[in-house]
Design a protein around this ligand. Structure first.
Ligand SMILES: Nc1ncnc2c1ncn2[C@@H]1O[C@H](COP(=O)(O)OP(=O)(O)OP(=O)(O)O)[C@@H](O)[C@H]1O
Ligand SMILES: [Mg+2]
Length: 474
């Protein structure tokens, strides 16, 4: 990975060198400037963070901050100030600075502040990368994701895309099964071939039958002309049976015969029509159970399920959530003509921990809805649907309860519960709960938990310490 670039802007050589020294030693790439205008000129190099001295002769820190924010609101700015101007530091926060540190900054404080600022700009950074056209690093054929489980899905698509085997896609509603079906087809050898989808739950049996097989003129009242069915249209390409479990037993028989003979007759016709198609099918039901229940033919099941791709629910790939959010913000920005580039850390925390029963489709709706509600360039907690805010509170307290045994009692003691009115979790409390739920969810594996929250292990440890959780075990 490329090193994160940090600008250090300070007219005092000694303090500038000191900051630069600490940052470089910690693996950052540092560029130094002795005044604001020079730094502004170099902004095209897209620093991740600018450490900005408050008092400088040519142009003071606040002015430089304003101009940075105007030019590139996404750049994280950390103000560096001497003790006596903390008031101005607060003013800087209002102008969009990520944080401030007081001179002389000790190494520890400097690094944690930089790390935190980078964490909170991560989502924004991903959007920026997408805008730069780096989509391919994050998405495979429109399927956004970087979790191991979704990468496994990409690998499976790669394995079958150039073959002709029938593929069965299984997964909860809204997980992206249709996207996977399309990806299999459109990344194959020749994407000029037809991709024809048939939704088996949308039509009554008779209509579905003619939709699939077509009909001859006069086959039934109203059949004025000959009609080619979707099986014919798909010749040489892919037939996608969506919601396959909903197909009636009678049509299942006809479909099976077609798969065995590779030919069929139109409704009301006798002529055999030969077609060559690859069949991809999908359902959010458990098809095997449907076989056991007698709702789905076992012989057809084995024809269709030659290769299975399981698309995992969103809650099993939570580390895709920030990336999906970034992608969706970017996707809807133009549509809504609303420049919303941020999700507040507290709102992100809720999104990261929600159960997502409706998976990516639901996430998509939530982001769109929240963007509509947002008053600024940031999605805040109060822009999220109310049921999500509520869900967050109840899971948080459940996690808290189950995590309590044997751990040091929280610093706030008895006061904590009584004061937590609905929708008013404090930032600190929210952070603590996020840590606890992440630990719980990953069975107290620090690496996984920090991944889940998309913060570094160091930040994670520091935050545990801050909340008095470092000795905690579930
Ligand atoms: N990984 C992803 N990246 C980007 N968009 C996604 C992803 N997964 C799903 N979506 C989007 O979410 C929506 C639902 O996806 P899709 O229709 O493929 O789900 P499905 O599994 O077929 O759902 P259902 O079972 O309800 O038919 C679509 O708008 C799709 O574009
Ligand atoms: Mg679907």
């Amino acid at each position: 990975m490329a090193k994160t670039l940090i600008f250090v802007v300070d007219d005092e050589t000694e303090s500038r060198l000191l900051l630069a020294y600490h940052l470089e030693k910690s693996g950052y790439e540092v560029e130094q400037f002795s005044n604001g205008p020079d730094c502004l000129k170099a902004l095209d190099r897209k620093p991740g963070i600018v450490c900005l001295d408050m008092q400088m002769p040519k142009m003071d820190g606040l002015e430089v901050l304003k101009r940075i924010k105007k030019k590139d609101p996404q750049t994280g700015v950390i103000m560096v100030t001497s003790n006596n101007v903390v008031d101005t530091a607060v003013q800087a926060l209002k102008l969009g600075a990520a944080d401030y540190i007081i001179k002389p900054a000790d190494r520890e404080k400097l690094l944690t502040t930089v790390e935190d600022a980078l964490d909170s700009t991560r989502v924004v950074g991903q959007i920026r990368n997408m805008e730069k056209g780096m989509k391919d690093d994050f998405a495979y054929k429109n399927i956004v994701g970087e979790s191991q489980v979704i990468k496994d899905v990409f690998t499976q698509i790669e394995r079958v895309k150039d073959s002709n085997v029938n593929v069965y896609i299984n997964g909860e509603s809204g997980t992206g099964k249709e996207l996977v079906a399309r990806a299999i087809h459109f990344s194959g050898l020749d994407d000029n071939r037809p991709f024809i989808d048939i939704n088996c739950s949308a039509l009554a049996e008779g209509l579905l039958e003619t939709e699939m097989f077509g009909h001859e003129k006069g086959a039934f009242t109203g059949a004025i002309g000959t009609h080619r069915g979707k099986l014919e249209l798909a010749d040489g390409g892919t037939l996608f049976f969506d919601e396959i479990a909903d197909m009636s037993l009678k049509l299942q028989v006809k479909l099976l015969r077609f798969l065995e003979e590779k030919s069929f007759e139109r409704v009301g016709g006798t002529k055999k029509i030969k077609v060559n198609v690859r069949v991809v099918s999908a359902t959010n039901k458990d098809l095997q159970k449907e076989v056991e229940k007698g709702n789905f033919r076992e012989d057809l099941y084995y024809r269709l399920v030659v290769f299975t791709i399981h698309v995992p629910p969103l809650r099993e790939r939570r580390n895709d959530i920030p990336l999906l959010c970034a992608y969706l913000l970017n996707k809807f920005k133009d549509e809504l003509n609303k420049e919303i580039n941020h999700i507040s850390p507290e709102a992100m925390d809720i999104l990261n921990h929600y159960r997502w029963p409706g998976n990516v489709r639901q996430l998509q709706n939530v982001i769109l809805q929240s963007m509509l509600m947002a008053q600024t360039d940031t999605i805040e907690v109060e822009n999220l649907p109310q049921e999500m805010r509520k869900a967050r509170e109840s899971t948080a307290s459940a996690v808290e309860e189950s995590a309590s045994p044997g751990k040091e009692r929280m610093v706030e003691g008895e006061g904590a519960n009584s004061q937590s009115a609905p929708n008013s979790i404090s930032l600190d409390e929210g952070e603590k709960q996020a840590l606890l739920s992440a630990l719980k969810m990953t069975n107290w594996n620090i690496s996984e938990a920090s991944n889940l929250l998309r913060i570094s292990r160091t930040t994670f440890y520091r935050k545990l310490k801050k909340h008095g959780l470092s000795q905690t075990r579930g």
